[in-house]
Design a protein around this ligand. Sequence first.
Ligand code: ZN
Ligand code: MN
Length: 144
Amino acid sequence: MQLSGTKEKLEEFVRKCKEIGLKITPQRLAVYEVLLKSTNHPTVEDIYEEVKKRYPYVSLATVYRTLETLERIGLVKRVCFWGNSARYDANLSEHHHLICERCGKIEDVNLDQEINIPKHFHGYRTKGYSVNIYGYCPKCQSST
Ligand code: ZN
Ligand code: MN
């Protein structure tokens, strides 16, 4: 869970918004807060449903735009996996994913082994790496 740093991260968001002259609205804050508090890599619709509980008049378009902005200023990452709709992640630390091919659950996972990716690789200047491990989650295994 990332609950411990939520307050600091929200403060950082406010600071970044001021820096780039972006208006801080309660809805925008709520979108980011929902993402910070979730560990299941929600879709835009998931986030929208959650924000709507607090702000019934928020629109899906606002949630979309807010996510785009958060992505642009580097506070949120979009994780896309084949066959799934876009999922969002506010965990920016280097980590890997366990993905259930049946229900689409995506969990953060750390690996014991480090893979040594060269700084220069096939003509690329590398920034990092992320491993996707596919399979069936415990719940889906027991329902087969
Ligand atoms: Zn599953
Ligand atoms: Mn993640």
